[in-house]
Design a protein around this ligand. Structure first.
Ligand code: PLP
Length: 420
């Protein structure tokens, strides 16, 4: 309660703006995930690895726009490419452009896809991958996993109301990291068009899929001729060729998004030529895949500049090693405390699990001390860290390692202060 009172005191302008926003947005909000109580802090601007609030506080940004802001808020090469595109190319050309072809070519070679198509978001990428898999197989059902998040209309926590889900009856929900349940659901349900899975469940946050589990999916999907769709919307940043490279997987289709648009709205889905052919408009019977902004010039150019000039394979490896070091330091200070630190590379999830657990296998095991989690979020904001209330951290390329070390010290102090 004291931390909440300080929050209200520190953020009077945000409170005023929230009250204004309530008049036109339900709950003053247009992204449910960003709602916080008693009200959200309004951010005025992002600069490099920091954000500045309307109340004048500067924060080190660990939320990283839920992985989309990998490049930080003002990466010079990306900024230059955007300004050049605005000035010399234009925004809405209503035509095929070489910008989309060059970004497609780079994404295909980097992530080992035969063909790729662009969308406006990761949500859409998953919708189209599912649609493509259904056309390709002539089957309907989609196997997903409890706790999975594949986009705004694709959430599968066991306690979610069915209306959250696109026609829930079309989805079979299996237990994440449960090889036997996975095998049975894929191989014995019948009519399975595809299996859709994240290699690490981002919304957990950061429940890591085991190598054996991910390979069980691949094997069972192949056995019944279902399309194996790996959702790499979050995990594609973990290695030059994505998590599939780390785990030696060969999915039939991959969906991605976030930072691959360089900070502009973006999504893509791609994979094997014989599947992606269902979208080839030269075939009169092809599936339609439209979207006014699918090839918007800004996303194409910012995404291409980022991947070709900034997030090179070498930078990607070093960045994720930095994330691993950070996680190890957090794990060290959390030893013997109630805090668990999960994740891989540059993506982390902090938890306060019951019975001092340090790992989660799946969402149904997740029983947390929500009060401690909220307190950590509130107090770390006072220390100057912008994080998500659920405990996920998504690092940015230009965050200095000293800021990571300062965070570790702040967390250690928090754990001591609250004997957590
Ligand atoms: N899939 C995963 C694994 C995600 O984490 C997200 C977004 O957080 C999505 C899909 C949806 O992407 P978008 O928010 O761009 O629609």
């Amino acid at each position: 309660e004291a931390a909440k009172a300080r929050f209200v005191q520190r953020n009077p302008e945000s409170l005023r703006l929230h009250q204004e926003a309530l008049k036109s947005l339900p709950g003053g909000n247009t992204r449910s995930l960003l709602h916080t109580t008693p009200f959200p802090v309004f951010v005025k601007e992002g600069k490099g690895y920091q954000v500045v609030s309307e109340d004048g506080h500067t924060y080190t940004d660990f939320l990283g726009e839920m992985t989309a802001a990998l490049y930080g808020h003002s990466q010079p090469a990306i900024q230059k490419s955007l300004i050049n595109t605005i000035n010399n190319v234009g925004l809405n050309l209503g035509a095929t452009t070489k910008l989309e072809a060059q970004h497609a070519s780079l994404i295909c070679s980097r992530f080992h896809l035969d063909r790729v198509r662009f969308t406006n978001s990761g949500t859409e990428a998953n919708l189209h991958a599912i649609q493509g898999a259904r056309r390709f197989t002539g089957k309907r059902k989609i196997v997903v996993f409890g706790g999975g998040y594949h986009g705004a209309c694709f959430m599968f926590p066991e306690d979610a109301p069915a209306e959250n889900v696109v026609d829930a009856s079309e989805f079979i929900v299996a237990e994440y990291n449960d090889n036997e349940d996975t095998r049975v659901k894929i191989e014995e349900s019948g009519n399975v068009a595809a299996v859709l899975v994240e290699g690490m469940q981002g919304a957990g946050p950061c429940i890591v899929g085991t190598h054996a589990f991910l390979h069980q999916i691949q094997e069972s999907a192949r056995k019944v001729g279902a399309v194996f769709i790996l959702d790499e919307v979050m995990t594609s940043r973990l290695a030059p060729g994505g998590l599939q490279e780390l785990e030696d997987l060969e999915p039939d289709m991959t969906t991605m998004g976030k930072y691959l648009g360089g900070g502009i709205t973006f999504g893509c889905f791609g994979g094997k030529e014989q599947i992606m052919r269902v979208y080839d408009p030269r075939d009169g019977k092809a599936l339609a895949h439209s979207g006014t902004f699918n090839n918007n010039t800004l996303g194409m150019v910012a995404g291409y500049t980022g991947l070709s000039q900034v997030y090179t394979p070498e930078v990607c490896c070093e960045f994720n090693r930095m994330g691993d070091r950070f996680r190890e330091k957090l794990q060290a200070v959390s030893k013997g405390t109630k805090m668990a630190v999960m994740g891989r590379g540059s993506l982390l999830g902090l938890h306060f699990l019951e019975n001092g657990r340090k790992e989660l296998k799946n969402y149904s095991e997740r029983k947390e001390n929500g009060d401690l989690k909220e307190l950590l979020w509130l107090e770390l904001m006072e220390d100057g860290y912008w994080t998500h209330k659920r405990g996920s951290i998504s690092l940015m390329l230009d965050t200095p390692e000293e800021e990571l070390d300062r965070y570790v010290a702040c967390v250690a102090a928090f754990l001591r202060r609250h004997a957590a």
